[in-house]
Structure formats: C-alpha cells, structure tokens
Ligand binder design. Structure first.
Ligand SMILES: NC(=O)c1ccc[n+]([C@@H]2O[C@H](COP(=O)([O-])OP(=O)(O)OC[C@H]3O[C@@H](n4cnc5c(N)ncnc54)[C@H](OP(=O)(O)O)[C@@H]3O)[C@@H](O)[C@H]2O)c1
Ligand SMILES: *[C@@H]1O[C@H](CO)[C@@H](O)[C@H](O)[C@H]1NC(C)=O
Ligand SMILES: *[C@@H]1O[C@H](CO)[C@@H](O)[C@H](O)[C@H]1NC(C)=O
Length: 373
C-alpha cells in the first residue's frame, strides 16, 4: 500500500481507549509514549481500582513482560468526559475496544459525551471490533468525525485483574469508513480523505513507537473486503462450534458433514461480499477450501463465541451473523445457511437468558420465604 506520512509529532496526541479488556490493554500499551508526546488513557469498568492503582501488567509473546502506566485511568465514560484532568480540547482519538454487542448496548450513544468534549468533527473514532456493520451507528451519530475500523489478528486474554497476556500475533488492519463505499458524495469524499490521514498517522504510531510489524493501511473498500473475509471464517466457524455441541475448529473440519456445511457457509459470504461492495475479493485472500485446510491444524482452536456461550455471556452474534445477513438482504442477496445459523443461535441465546432470569427469580422467592419462616 502507498504510505506517505508527514511526521509533525511535536503536537501532543491524546488517545483514549474505552474498554480495558485484553485487546484494548495490549494496543493501548503499544501506543503510549509520553516522551514523544503521545498520551494514552483508559476507561475501565470492573477492574478500575487495580488498574488505577498499579497500571496493567503485560505478559507478551512478542515484546516480553512490561508494565503499562496510562496517562490517566477513568472509572467510567462519564468520569472521563467530565474530568478536570482530561484534555480541555478533547481527545484526538477515541478507541472503542469493548465487545460489539449492539443488542445489549449502543456504543455510539455511550461514547457521545467523549466526542462532545472536543470541537465538532475533531475526534477520530477508531473501532477495534470484530464483525461487519459496526461502523454504521457511529457514522449516523457523528456525521463529521473521521471514523476508522480495525480488524485484529491477535490472541490475547485477561488472565487476572489488571494482567493481560498476549499469546501470539499482533496484526491490526485499519481503514476509514465514510459511507462504506469509498466516498460517493462530496461530503463523504472529504471524510474519506481525512480518515485516510488518520489511518496513516495510526500506522505510523503503531509502527514507530509500538514496534508492531503488521499495522496495516487499507483504503475504505479494501478494508471492508478484509472485514467481510474475516466474517467468512467467523460467521461459519463460531456459531457452528456452539450449535454442534462445543466442537473446536479442527475437529469440525475433519467431520465430513460439518465440513460440507462450513464450506457452504463460506461460499455464501464469498458470493455476497463482492455484490455488496461492488468489487470482487482480491485474489490474495484465502478461498474457502484453503481456509478449511488450514483449520485442520488449528487443534485446540476454540472461537471466542463458544467460550462466551459456555460462560453464559452474550455472544457477538449480531455483528458476526445478524448484520451480514441483513446487509446482504438489503443488497438483494440471501444467505440461507447463515440465516439459519443466526435464527437458531439467537433463539438458543434468548432461551438461555430467560432460564437464567427465571432461576434468579425463584432463588429470590426462596430467600424471601426462608427469611419469613
Ligand atoms: N481477545 C482476542 O484475542 C481477540 C482477537 C481478535 C479480535 N477480538 C475482538 O476485539 C474486541 C474486544 O475483545 P476482548 O477480547 O478485548 O474483550 P474483553 O476482554 O471482554 O474486553 C472488553 C472490555 O470492555 C469493557 N467494557 C465493556 N463495556 C464497557 C463500558 N460501557 N465502559 C467501560 N468498559 C466497558 C469490559 O469491562 P468489564 O470487565 O467490566 O465487562 C472489558 O474490560 C471484540 O470485538 C473481539 O471480538 C478479540
Ligand atoms: C477483571 O478481573 C477479573 C478477575 O481477574 C476477570 O475475570 C475479568 O475479566 C476482568 N475484567 C476486566 C475488565 O479486565
Ligand atoms: C474468529 O475466528 C478466529 C479464528 O478461528 C478465532 O480465534 C476468534 O476467536 C473468532 N472470533 C470470535 C468472536 O469468535
């Protein structure tokens, strides 16, 4: 990719990460470089007190072990938005690294007070989230802000309070989002160009200061190709891992019926994505047969959707399955296999949550009865 970036890094760069989970803490720690006037802060939630007190401990495969002391640590979004210590002119970048759960929370509404701290249109929003269609609510709510979405290939987890382990990989692929189509109108074209500048700056910061070797610039359409290609894997493998009774990737592809099913799912995305984006997938992106073959080696590979399911947590079902099905439908393309997976898994999740809720009510009733005896 072409990359010309003019370094005017004498100005301070203020970056705020919302969501101090595994992914957020890892990438935040790579960008923080106060000596070069790059100041990274965190909005935490459940582990606020420990991170505020001692920062984050990183145990990484790529960079060894180190401590990350953010410029500031906030206990909530409103804490950050109203803090006297926060930059008076707002943040240059607000980075969203919470799980994408549009059926549970509206991230764009939640971060609004952070974006409003800066002059209109100043803050660049970076989404580091899985799935497709994650950009649309932000684009609608913040029509004049540069917006970037990133796909990461990383394996990272929070192993205890304030301790994040990166097991392998660091790749972060970024591209701007104006109208999703590369900037068709005059306004969208301006946004697209500003967004590209931000992507170039981020690639520079991640590479120069973060020492990442695979922080990548993509133009708007190519970035959507990358996102849809990742969906091709995640929308097929993850729900199937749950619905097949908890089978990992390698075992699924070794089962002939399941392999046929997975191939069918992947083919649907391979047909739909080019129709939606108006250009074919680049040749270099792996085809379904190759993805299936390389999954044979992924022993022990358990998608995070399966882990969330087993832990009784909400799954990233809407951005990985619901949005692809709906966006394709909007373009006149049906993806029947994915639609079936979506309908079944959404229903299973609804049942699970309803049972959990009624169990809780029964427990509370029992407690009440006990206390009146
Ligand atoms: N982990 C990986 O290896 C990996 C790899 C590739 C892509 N991804 C993608 O990256 C994204 C983030 O994943 P993750 O694994 O980092 O998730 P995670 O560990 O669950 O982190 C999410 C964090 O966001 C916090 N959070 C949620 N809502 C918040 C709010 N309103 N205010 C403040 N904090 C909030 C959570 O806090 P609480 O603890 O209080 O809930 C949690 O710390 C997902 O889209 C995922 O699919 C992850
Ligand atoms: C907080 O710590 C607990 C216990 O270590 C962990 O299970 C949870 O995922 C952590 N949450 C965050 C926000 O890191
Ligand atoms: C997406 O697929 C990759 C590769 O199988 C996996 O590591 C990751 O956990 C999946 N993401 C989700 C949300 O399940």
């Amino acid at each position: 990719m072409i990359m010309e970036y003019t370094n005017n890094s004498c100005r301070p760069i203020h970056i705020l990460f919302v969501g101090a989970g595994a992914v957020g803490c890892f990438y935040a720690s790579r960008l923080h470089h106060p000596a070069s006037n790059i100041h990274v802060s965190l909005v935490c939630r459940s582990n606020y007190s420990i991170i505020a007190k001692s920062g984050v401990t990183l145990k990484t495969h790529t960079f060894g072990d180190y401590q990350f002391k953010p410029a500031a640590v906030y206990s909530s979004i409103s804490d950050a938005a109203t803090s006297k210590e926060a930059p008076a002119e707002g943040w240059d970048y607000v980075v969203v690294t919470i799980k994408a759960l549009p059926d549970v929370t509206d991230d764009s509404m939640d971060i609004e007070p952070l974006i409003k701290r800066a002059p209109t249109g100043k803050t660049c929003i970076l989404l580091i989230q899985n799935g497709v269609g994650v950009e649309e609510p932000h684009r609608a709510r913040f029509p004049s802000n540069p917006l970037i979405s990133a796909v990461t290939i990383i394996s990272a987890e929070q192993i205890s309070q304030g301790v994040v382990r990166q097991n392998r990989w660091t790749r972060i692929s970024m591209g701007t989002y104006s109208d999703g189509l590369g900037g068709k109108t005059w306004e969208a074209k301006q946004l697209n160009e500003r967004g590209n500048q931000c992507v170039k700056e981020l690639v520079h910061l991640f590479t120069e200061y973060g020492k990442l070797r695979d922080a990548e610039f993509y133009d708007e359409i190519s970035n959507q190709h990358v996102r849809w290609h990742k969906i091709c894997i995640n929308a097929s493998m993850n729900p199937s891992a749950v619905l097949s009774g908890g089978i990992g990737n390698a075992d699924m592809v070794m089962d002939p019926e399941l392999r046929m099913h997975l191939k069918g799912c992947m083919d649907e995305v391979f047909k739909a994505a080019p129709a939606i984006l108006g250009t074919p997938f680049p040749e270099k992106l792996a085809k379904p047969d190759l993805i299936l073959t390389s999954s044979e080696r992924n022993k022990g590979g358990r998608p995070s959707m399966l882990i969330d399911w087993e832990a009784g947590r909400p799954m990233e079902l809407e951005v990985i399955l619901g949005n692809p099905v709906r966006i394709a439908r909007r373009h006149g393309v049906e993806m029947p296999r994915l639609q079936s997976l979506y309908a079944l898994l959404k229903s299973a999740q609804g049942r699970r949550d309803a049972e959990k809720a009624s169990k809780k009510v029964l427990e509370q009733e029992a407690l009440k009865v006990k206390s009146t005896l």
